[in-house]
Design a protein around this ligand. Structure first.
Ligand code: DX5
Ligand code: ZN
Length: 226
């Protein structure tokens, strides 16, 4: 059975007490903190920068997964590495030089990944699989929490799973397959069955009073997937 990871998105947390929200969700059984960075340029919303990443860093030992929805990418990525990020992902359309950006992230000591919008082709992976630690499939258009899961994403997840398995069978290593947007207790098993191992959930977790109950319900669903 695959190792499944649950990554709550802070986007739906209470921004007036982020440190507490980080600690609470990890205590409730989450594995990773998903940190959404939006710039009101690449996406029509504005969230948080490296200062906030740095501020939450002392609150957990769990990996911080920084999802950059910004353009350009290269100046900000190393700032998030310094601010304590463990994983940094970006959208290939937002970088003029994808290979260079991946290199910058790896050089800064972080894991690196590419993010695919619903209409973005996986072919961006063709020549950079050796530099990738994570593939992130968007199951909504980026910019806002609380949107509905786009069903076609399941096909995309299956295609990404196949690419990852083919590559790692030949070259070894480990590449995580994360899905982001509209993931809830009632669809997480289908997303896992399609091949995902890491699940971002913002409103599904932070929108409920009992984080532990939601995460336990998600794990129970995941346990049904062989
Ligand atoms: C959307 C963000 C997501 C978002 C997910 O652009 O990348 O991480 O917070 O929120 P939910 O789980 O509510 O769809
Ligand atoms: Zn995200």
């Amino acid at each position: 059975m695959r190792n499944f990871r649950i990554a709550p998105s802070l986007l739906s947390a209470d921004f007036a007490c982020l440190g507490q929200e980080v600690r609470d969700v990890i205590a409730a059984g989450a594995d990773i903190i998903h940190f959404d960075v939006m710039d009101n340029h690449y996406v029509p919303n504005l969230t948080v920068g490296p200062l906030v990443c740095e501020a939450i860093r002392p609150h957990t030992q769990a990996p911080i997964d920084v999802h950059l929805m910004v353009k350009p990418v290269d100046s900000l990525a190393p700032m998030f590495a310094k601010a304590g990020a463990d994983i940094i992902t970006f959208h290939p359309e937002a970088s003029e030089h994808i290979d260079r950006t991946l290199g910058l992230i790896k050089e800064s000591g972080c894991k690196a990944g590419l993010v695919f919008n619903p209409a973005t082709s996986l072919s961006y992976l063709d020549h950079v699989m050796d530099k990738i630690d994570m593939v992130l499939i968007m199951s909504v258009n980026p910019g806002f929490g609380g949107q509905s899961f786009i069903p076609h994403a399941l096909e995309k997840v299956r295609a990404a799973r196949q690419r990852i398995d083919e590559y790692t069978a030949k070259h070894g290593g480990e590449i995580w397959l994360e899905v982001d947007g509209g993931i809830k207790v009632d669809n997480i098993a289908a997303v896992a069955a399609a091949g995902a191992d890491t699940f971002v959930a913002g409103s599904a977790i932070y929108g409920q009073p009992d984080y532990q109950a939601v995460i336990a319900a998600m794990r129970a669903e995941l346990a049904k997937v062989a």
